[in-house]
Ligand binder design. Structure first.
Ligand code: NAP
Length: 490
């Protein structure tokens, strides 16, 4: 990229600055800037796609559908496997690009690349196992046959907090099922998506099968991707508020819809838990990605009898976390995505302190810069305080005391969200009771990190619908067709 910072990326072709549509890179237009949240500097200027560009991407995906859906699953799998191999071969560069635009520490960014790539590997294999069915018919002269077929063109909108993996786990399932795909990544993090497109092209994925539209007109491009009649399915990851708007836009053409939305994850520590393991699990689940993941612990519920011990150990562990530019070695917590995000978190903390919470650690912007926030611990929190009732999306841990198991379950379920929950306990009866009563799509039991390609990721209630990853992850990209074969007298 002449005239632009090379960002220390070895393979400069991975640093793309325009939309990838029908196997070509958009060559002209106005620009918008991508900045580094660690220091506010401009990383690159990206050509700003408009509504017409989004429509071209849909057209390209539509035109590519017949060939791709008719390509045998094992051929599709080979191309996807190439894509996976290339992503892993370029893990360092992709991780570096991701940290520059998103901020998370480099080790975490490389971890995200491996996590995203794992979905491509998983679904490349899973696409070979899209089995139909035969069903005993109610009459001898008939046969009932069930086919599973790709839904068609899939459109998606993804957030900035996982600029690679949120795209990979949708695109992998779509392509494996025989669908073609258009994604609009978040304005703040287009570079990881474009690097994925560069590698898809090198892998031999045909033109029009994987398209990336980068533009800052979220609403305008969003309307195309939710209302275009040639799109069969829309899939979104982002906030519940935006998800609700997009679901209603999809209603105009009755699209198949799947939603990965916000969360308010409880992390419950019972009195029979291994406290050190619980502290470690909570630290990892809370503070990774500066607290900006949908499955991050949002509220820590601790049984009264172990409250002091847990709180002391947890606060000491949080105080040891290193905050700084994610490109630097040894950093645990990078910047938040923006100054506005820091302000939102600060508001939640201050309102909760005003409502009676006690500040045990942190509680302010970090000296590393205006997008950094100190690892924070609040005690004496109640479930109705702003910091517990809202998705925090920052490095803040509210600790709430409870007495009985039933109280913890009631508090945990007292939210409109239902994405991830966690609890630590050793008693097997308690483990089953609690696991079954938590009204969440995913439950980590003595585990703070639960996401992987083999497991079904998704939420209930206002955290969304549909599942990504696992053998269930293909279902959202397939239609069931019933064939009734008659006239078979015998
Ligand atoms: P957001 O505001 O909903 O944005 C997500 C995406 O939607 C971005 O690409 C954004 O574009 C776009 N967008 C916003 N308003 C739009 C509109 N009116 N029409 C079309 N597109 C629109 O969410 P966020 O704050 O960036 O992301 C964090 C949220 O995502 C959290 O709630 C988190 O829990 C959730 N999340 C959920 C999962 C999951 O799997 N359940 C995973 C990760 C994140 P711009 O970038 O241009 O604003």
């Amino acid at each position: 990229m002449s005239g632009q910072n090379n960002l220390g990326v070895n393979d400069q072709q991975l640093l793309r600055n325009s939309s990838y549509i029908n196997g070509s890179w958009q060559s002209a237009g106005t620009y918008f800037s991508v900045t580094n949240p660690a220091n506010g500097t401009q990383l690159i200027q990206v050509i700003n796609a408009d509504i017409e560009t989004a429509e071209l991407a849909v057209e390209a995906a539509k035109n590519a559908l017949a060939l791709w859906s008719a390509t045998p699953a094992n051929e599709r799998a080979k191309l996807m496997r190439n894509w996976f191999d290339l992503m892993m071969a370029h893990q360092d560069d992709l991780g570096r690009i991701l940290t520059f635009e998103q901020g998370k520490p480099l080790a975490e960014a490389k971890g995200e690349i491996a996590y995203g790539a794992a979905f491509i590997e998983w679904f490349a294999e899973e696409g070979k196992r899209v089995y139909g069915d035969t069903i005993p018919a109610p009459a001898n002269d008939k046969r009932i046959i069930v086919l599973k077929q790709p839904v068609g063109v899939v459109a998606s909108i993804t957030p900035w907090n996982f600029p690679n993996a949120m795209i990979a786990r949708k695109a992998a399932a779509a392509l494996a099922a025989g669908c073609t795909f258009v994604v609009r990544p978040a304005t703040q993090t287009p570079l990881s998506a474009l690097a994925m497109a560069e590698l898809a092209e090198r892998a031999g994925i045909p033109a029009g099968v994987f398209n990336v539209v980068v533009g800052d007109d979220a609403k305008g491009i969003g309307k195309v991707l939710t209302q275009h009649p040639d799109i069969a399915k829309f899939t979104f990851t982002g906030s519940t508020a935006t998800g609700k708007k997009l679901i209603s836009q999809c209603a105009t053409t009755v699209k198949k819809v799947s939603m990965e939305l916000g969360g308010n994850a409880p992390f419950i520590v019972f009195d029979d838990a291994d406290i050190d393991a619980a502290v470690q699990g909570a630290i990892t689940s809370k503070y990774r990605n500066a607290g900006q993941t949908c499955v991050c612990t949002n509220r820590i519920l601790v049984q009264q009898s172990i409250l002091d011990t847990f709180t002391k150990k947890f606060t000491e562990a949080a105080a040891k976390l290193t905050v700084g530019d994610g490109q630097l070695a040894g950093v645990d917590i990078g910047p938040m995505i923006s100054k506005a995000a820091v302000n939102d978190v600060q508001q939640l903390v201050q309102k909760s302190i005003a409502a009676g919470a006690n500040l045990a650690l942190g509680g302010a912007q970090h000296q590393a810069g205006e997008c950094f926030y100190q690892p924070t611990v609040l005690t004496q929190v109640t479930n109705d305080m702003p910091v517990a009732a809202n998705e925090i999306f920052g490095p803040v841990s509210p600790i709430i005391a409870f007495k009985q198991e039933a109280d913890a379950i009631a508090m945990a379920n007292d939210t409109e969200y239902g994405l991830a929950a966690y609890f630590y306990a050793r008693d097997i009866g308690r483990i089953w009771r609690v696991a079954e009563q938590l009204n969440y799509g995913m439950v980590g039991i003595n585990e703070g990190i639960i996401s992987n390609a083999a497991a079904p990721f998704g939420g209930v209630k206002q955290s969304g619908n549909g599942r990504e990853g696992s053998k269930y992850g293909l279902d959202d990209y397939l239609e069931i067709k019933y064939l009734c074969l008659g006239g078979l007298d015998r």
